[in-house]
Design a protein around this ligand. Structure first.
Ligand code: MG
Length: 140
């Protein structure tokens, strides 16, 4: 299997750190890594490519993370793609709102690579289980 992941963050440095953590976590199972610096660029790339997982920042110019997540979760074409939010903005209220919108995980910045590995293995395990149950959970 190979997992295609998109990193949406307006900081090049953060994107690089997340990418590195993805390689460490997934090794050969990591497929294509896409990068976007805001929600608009993310939406354009999601329309053109198959993504298995999205890692999304909240504070970004043009279209922020909450706007992007709401666009994705209200579109049946994209609503099943698991989303992990990685942000400095982590009040309980905010996290609760995001969970209600349907995100699969939340990581607070600054993060440790192990946190990414843990959250990925949780999400991918759920996908495997729903696949074996013949549900069309996550298609990779
Ligand atoms: Mg940001």
């Amino acid at each position: 299997m190979s997992v295609n992941i998109m990193i949406v963050d307006d900081s090049v440095t953060i994107r690089m750190m997340i990418k590195k953590a993805l390689y460490i976590s997934l090794g050969d199972e990591l497929g294509q890594v896409y990068e976007a610096n805001d929600g608009i660029s993310a939406l354009a790339q999601i329309a053109d490519n198959n993504m298995d997982l999205l890692m999304i920042d909240l504070n970004m110019p043009r279209m922020n993370g909450v706007q992007l997540i709401s666009r994705l979760k209200t579109n049946p074409k994209y609503s099943e793609i698991p989303i992990v939010v990685i942000s400095t903005e982590g009040s309980e209220q905010r996290i609760k709102e995001l969970e209600e919108m349907g995100i699969s995980g939340y990581i607070r910045k600054p993060f440790r690579p192990e946190q990414i590995r843990e959250i990925l293995s949780n999400i991918l395990e759920v996908c495997y289980e729903s696949q074996s149950a013949d549900d069309d959970g996550c298609d990779f």
